[in-house]
Design a protein around this ligand. Structure first.
Ligand SMILES: Nc1ncnc2c1ncn2[C@@H]1O[C@H](COP(=O)(O)OP(=O)(O)OP(=O)(O)O)[C@@H](O)[C@H]1O
Ligand SMILES: [Mg+2]
Length: 263
């Protein structure tokens, strides 16, 4: 199954979609690893109902100084920043419990978080994510869902290179529509498949978005309606439940799966 990047503008529902997809994948009896590559937000674990591991992947690799040393060594040798930071050919079942927490068939890990002011940019985390995804092998019953920071910075950092497909979450806004064109273009440049999921829509906004995205030839993989319950439970720091939204998620998984298999 694919290693999937979930992209989109701030607050559109990336972490929500990742959580709902992970729940449904687990219900289908498959294994899913959720990778939190957002260096700022802290709430994904609460949505999933899984405590983050003892360490982030950055911590596991020796922290920012150790990762920076490896990256700088590659640059000094005239390389293109493609340091080997993570062991080659890793499999989900072998990932160390220092940084992956499993709850049933759902795993959760964080790449790294900005912990201190003036600690530097998040670029090393991008390099770590890219290398980790490149080295990770998944079989036909395993999914990897990568939650990202808002915007398109992850394209600049090249993390899309290690994934198979990009799903962008589009909320009912002109900004999201404009960003979907940019994200489709960037995904195409990276040679990966692309689709969008409409989120927080009602009957009227869904029709408008479908119309405008079809005219732009942006493939729609499904939708999630606005759910008052989900917004409230998230505000209270509670775990999300797929039952809080009507339908939608199976359709998204089926479309992504068939898109991936017909690649
Ligand atoms: N379908 C929905 N119905 C109601 N509320 C939603 C829905 N999807 C997301 N939300 C709410 O919108 C807010 C942002 O959602 P979420 O954190 O998933 O977005 P995000 O794209 O991950 O944000 P960020 O860019 O900050 O990482 C949350 O309060 C969440 O509960
Ligand atoms: Mg988020």
């Amino acid at each position: 199954m694919p290693k999937l990047i979930i992209s989109g503008r701030g607050g559109c529902g990336k972490s929500t979609l990742v959580t709902l997809m992970a729940q449904r994948i687990e219900e289908q009896g498959k294994k899913v690893l959720v990778v939190d590559s957002d260096e700022s937000n802290l709430g994904l674990g609460a949505m999933l109902g899984i405590e983050p591991g003892e360490k982030t992947l950055m911590d596991y690799l020796g922290g920012r100084p150790a990762v920076m040393d490896k990256l700088m060594a590659v640059i000094r040798e005239g390389g293109d920043e493609k340091a080997e930071l993570f062991p080659e050919n890793s499999f989900l079942e072998d990932l160390p419990s220092d940084f992956v927490r499993w709850n049933g068939n759902k795993g959760f890990m964080q790449i790294g978080k900005i912990e201190h002011s003036h600690e530097g940019c998040a670029c090393p985390m991008g390099a770590v994510t890219r290398d980790f995804l490149n080295q990770l092998n998944v079989n036909g019953e395993e999914w990897v869902l990568v939650d990202t920071e808002a915007g398109v910075e992850h394209f600049g950092r090249g993390i899309v290179e290690g994934a198979d497909s990009v799903i962008m979450v589009v909320d009912p806004s002109n900004d999201a529509v404009l960003l979907s064109e940019k994200t489709a273009e960037l995904t195409g440049e990276a040679g990966k498949s692309f689709g969008v999921v409409l989120n927080k829509v009602d009957h009227e906004t869904k029709i408008i978005l479908e119309d405008v995205l079809k005219k732009k030839n942006i493939p729609i993989q499904g939708f999630i309606p606005y759910s008052k319950t989900m917004a409230r439970e998230n505000l209270n720091g509670n775990m999300l439940d797929i039952k809080m939204v009507e339908g939608g998620i199976d359709e998204i998984l089926n479309r992504v799966e068939s898109h991936y298999q017909n690649k």
